[in-house]
Design a protein around this ligand. Structure first.
Ligand code: NAD
Ligand code: IPM
Ligand code: MN
Length: 358
């Protein structure tokens, strides 16, 4: 098979970790005998700098002509003073998600055995391990609800966003959560705030309706505040976490960190045709960008998700995941995971180690 992939490294650590992911893909495509043609394009802050807009028309066209998008990260202090809609996040990433209808965001957070001591949780909590799949609704909710606005000056100045969900939007993401749970531990925990928000009452009612089509799967409901607490108390209780857009954003960072680092969490953002944008759940990490120390694993595992979900190459994806686990087992760790910085490997060294393990 010949695939076309749009490569959008973006800003900050994006290009650094992307280089490692590309290296790994080049290797597996030789072993598993398929071809990928990468088309590199600017997105985010670097696109603002080069062409004045975060999502240039050529970049969008490149994405439209591809089978998948491999995305790094966008944003950073340099662009934070631009009008909000022009900034990398709202000017490029959110429009890409909306344009391709990427409503289903999968963020798998599992603790690698060898990383138990890197988790900020006590050994007594992580000893049973955990394997959580965040299924986050990605094109609705308060991120996209209209109206949004701002008016006035002085103490009466105000600004607003709208949290709105249609039954259809809730149904389609709930189906993804239940289908995923069928192949896992068969528990869906729906995260909401139905005790306060009307949109979340509809969320809960709709999830209950969808659950009737999956009698083998247990459905639990949890309020988002309790969910953040239970995640640090006993993550093992969760299997699939079904989240509205903003709660999923918040919960997934927490899930990433309890596995040991933000630099471990991959993500797939899919539409109904399994076209997808694949990106680390974390951001451009301005605090470490340019130092060559970022953890490339989230980007590499995002590439594996791309091979699995959009390009139909599950064996190549499995090989990458196994290589990552092997390297971590060997105690090869970047600075975010290493017990002391002297023993840490660089971004490139981590990529090389994973390459060697494939
Ligand atoms: P961040 O995820 O970039 O960083 C949070 C912390 O996690 C930092 O200490 C960072 O060093 C660490 N971290 C993240 N990825 C890491 C990695 N691969 N290896 C080691 N450490 C890692 O979040 P932030 O600081 O809130 O955001 C920075 C910028 O990134 C902002 O402009 C934000 O909007 C943007 N952002 C972009 C995306 C995206 O493009 N998908 C996602 C999240 C945030
Ligand atoms: C993420 C990020 C994005 C989000 C931002 C950068 C728009 O935090 O993918 O988790 O909030 O969805
Ligand atoms: Mn986020």
């Amino acid at each position: 098979m010949n695939y076309k992939v749009a490569l959008l490294p973006g800003d900050g650590i994006g290009p650094e970790v992307m280089a490692e992911a590309v290296k790994i893909i080049e290797r597996v495509k030789t072993i598993y005998e398929f071809d990928i043609k990468f088309s590199r394009a600017d997105v985010g802050g670097c696109a603002i700098d080069s062409s004045g807009t975060a999502l240039p028309p050529e970049t969008l066209k490149t994405c439209e002509q591809s089978h998948a998008i491999l995305f790094g990260s966008v944003g950073g202090p340099k662009w934070e003073n631009l009008p909000p809609e022009k900034q990398p996040e709202r000017g490029a990433l959110l429009p890409l998600r909306k344009h391709f209808n990427l409503y289903c965001n999968l963020r798998p957070a599992r603790i690698f055995k060898s990383l138990a001591s890197a988790s900020p949780l006590k050994p007594s909590i992580v000893k049973d391990g955990f394997d959580i799949l965040c299924v986050r609704e990605l094109t609705g909710g308060i991120y996209f609800g209209q109206p949004k606005g701002r008016e006035g000056t002085g103490p009466s100045e105000k600004a607003w966003d709208t949290l709105v969900y249609s039954r259809m939007e809730i149904e389609r993401i709930a189906h993804h959560a239940f289908k995923a749970a069928k192949n896992r531990r068969r528990i869906v925990t729906s995260v909401d705030k139905a005790n306060v928000l009307t949109s979340m009452v509809l969320w809960r009612e709709t999830v209950i309706e969808v659950a009737k089509q999956y009698p083998g799967v247990t459905l639990n409901h949890i309020y988002v505040d309790n969910a953040t607490m239970q995640l640090v108390k006993d993550p093992h209780q969760f299997d699939v976490l079904l989240c509205p857009n903003m709660f999923g954003d918040i919960i997934s960072d927490e899930c990433a960190m309890i596995t040991g680092s933000m630099g471990l969490l991959a993500s797939a953002s899919l539409n109904e045709k399994n076209f997808g944008l694949f990106e680390p759940a974390g951001g451009s990490a301005p605090d470490i960008a340019g130092k060559g120390i970022a953890n490339p694993i989230a980007q590499i595992l995002s590439a594996a998700m791309m091979l699995r979900y959009s390009l139909g190459q599950p064996k190549a994806a499995d090989a990458i995941v196994a290589a990552v686990a092997k390297v971590l087992d060997q105690g090869i760790l970047t600075a975010d995971l290493a017990p002391d910085s002297r023993s840490a490997v660089s971004t490139v060294e981590m990529g090389d180690a994973i390459l060697a393990a494939i």
